[in-house]
Design a protein around this ligand. Sequence first.
Ligand SMILES: *Cc1c(COP(=O)(O)O)cnc(C)c1O
Length: 491
Amino acid sequence: MSKTIFEKHSIGRQGVTLPKNDVEVSLENIIPRKFRRKTELKLPEVSELDVMRHFIELSSKNHFIEKGFYPLGSCTMKYNPKVQETLVRDLNISNLHPLQPEETVQGALEILYELQKDLSEISGMSAVTLQPSAGAHGEFVGLKIMQAYHKHKGNNHKTKIILPDTAHGTNPASVHLTGYEVIEIKSNENGTVDIEALKAVMDDSVAGVMLTNPNTLGIFEDQIEIISEMVHAVDGLMYMDGANLNALMGIVKAGEIGFDVMHFNLHKTFSTPHGGGGPGSGPVGVIDKLIPFLPVPMIGKKEDKFFLDYSHQETSIGKVLTFYGNFAVNVRAYIYIKMLGAKGIKDVAENAIINANYVKVKLQDYFHIPFNKNCMHEFVASGDWQKEKYGIKTLDIAKRILDKGYHAPTIYFPLLVHEAMMIEPTETESKETLDCFIKAMREIAKECEETPEIVKNAPINTPIKRVDDTRAVRQLDVKFKWSLEDRETCD
Ligand SMILES: *Cc1c(COP(=O)(O)O)cnc(C)c1O
């Protein structure tokens, strides 16, 4: 374990020298005596070099996209262009206040207005709200809009939302939160929606169907038109979980193939840093008939002026986040879209698909691939050959991948694949990187056969070895205790 910054403390060292305070203020007027600390705050005394080394060391122990390949399926861990970071930190953007008068933030409103338009264009939807703060939040907002539509029409008998068994866990959670009942249907042998199973549960009580396309097996749902006809016949609505839009954009528009509502994960498809728990952005697009229910405000334009549009407040589901969404994430997505243009957007999807298929074909003799069709931007392999023959679990394989310098794929999801490993290379990786990953995966397959103990005891090269997840959750200990006397001079 590396030392904490406290353990690097040494009396008298310091990193910065502040100028002498030349402002006459009495502390008495600012902080009353009873609130002031009675003892010195025990901050570590460290030099600038100590601090730099400390944090650089910590950062290098983590895995991140700039350090190495990150094939975490369903998460679209693509490279985030640095120009976005530079621009978003520009004081003209980062110093804005959300309560400034509209006429002083015309540029910011224009960016949001343009982003609404671009996302509408990409999805084939009529209007898009930028408020939701993540994919799961977008799902909830989309479902609330569907609910408002049904309520408006007096469809009070509608109580169910249908989901396939490949759905991401947030889907049933959002449905439940909205107050609908979750009806799960099985997938067919191709890994797509089973039309017969759908027919069996389709009736007047169905408020809608929620599908991910391409689905979480990385397979394109090719019966959307049939499904959408069935759902619309009972005045149900079609929801698309757009987390996998990286495979579709520029090629297929959700609004043109029968979907009525969808969410975007800007932090996935439109390349803004994610993985540390936020912030994200999960805009929601809708077709014409659902526009009245969108959250307020939308960003409107009248003549040459941009404004916060509350005109549909009466029918709107209301506000779903403070102010107008995660502005900085939305600005990054705007820059990304404008940088790529229509052709670039399509290239992204095509290259993501080519990369995933390349890796899949190169690994299919080494790992079982249960639904082995041409995939979209990702595919799901299985560790069941290794488990049956050598007693090696997918978790072991994932840990061994860390030893090779890569982030592990998503494992044990989707649930219908045993020992699942969901691999999403993304379009930003070169053939050389993919070849190195393929080589590493083949080596691991060989180790499973010849030296299984190595795989079972992995990882051996990482700063922290295998952790006891269960104990970490049950006996959470986040309090650091240390005193000067514990200090050692070297490791
Ligand atoms: C990531 C993901 C979500 C949830 O999105 P968050 O932004 O993490 O809330 C939903 N569905 C699918 C298929 C996803 O991959």
